[in-house]
Design a protein around this ligand. Structure first.
Ligand code: COA
Length: 174
């Protein structure tokens, strides 16, 4: 299920643009992800928020729902686009002229996994660099899973996700 439409067709591509991918499952997008994206925009001209379709994960939200939720967070910001792939992230990066992958680090526990992922991606494609940003302290404990768990049990998740994501979670668990 490769995204059949490269987001920046070669003809439109300005070689001076610094383009990065921000990959993840985004089931759903949280304020922690948004923080990373907003800070990534200080380093890159464009960020492609890329939903990685992982057959081992069973997402709560469909691909279409996740795309719509991310787009609603950034509507009007032409520097951010949303894509998806079930292939290699580095291939999707090359196909969209991105030279960097952004990943957020929340705690030391993220490091091992991220270190392996970055080295594997480097092994697969040397021209694509991984850039790590520290997640802001206020979002350090949140993940899509713990927000879903709280929402499932009617816990208060206000302020951890955008309002439209909070509503979508409430509807799922109504
Ligand atoms: N704020 C809040 N939560 C955050 C966060 C932040 N800043 N950063 C990460 N998280 C959470 C996510 O919500 C997610 O939570 P969950 O596990 O409860 O759903 C968790 O951390 C994992 O993060 P995510 O970024 O979604 O990673 P992932 O492990 O689902 O996917 C990919 C990682 C997509 C980068 C990786 O699987 C991949 O590259 N896949 C494509 C295939 C490929 O190229 N493989 C080659 C390399 S082996």
């Amino acid at each position: 299920m490769h995204d059949p439409h490269p987001l920046f067709p070669a003809a439109d591509w300005d070689p001076s643009l610094r383009i990065a991918l921000y990959p993840g499952t985004f089931d759903p997008i949280t304020n922690g992800h948004i923080d990373i994206i907003e800070r990534g925009l200080t380093l890159f001209d464009r960020i492609i928020v890329t939903i990685a379709i992982n057959v081992q994960k069973e997402p709560l939200f469909s691909l279409e729902e996740r795309i719509a939720m991310i787009e609603a967070c950034f509507s009007g910001n032409r520097r951010i686009t949303v894509g998806y792939t079930d292939g290699l992230i580095v291939d999707y990066a090359l196909g969209n002229k991105a030279r960097a992958i952004i990943r957020g680090l929340r705690a030391v526990s993220d490091f091992d996994y991220e270190f392996q992922l970055a080295l594997m991606n480097r092994r697969l494609e040397r021209s694509v660099e991984t850039v790590f940003l520290m997640t802001a302290f206020r979002w350090i404990y949140i993940s899509s899973s713990n927000i879903k768990n709280a929402a499932r049990c009617r816990g208060k998740i206000t302020g951890l996700v955008p309002e439209h994501v909070e509503r979508a979670l409430q509807e799922k668990f109504a």
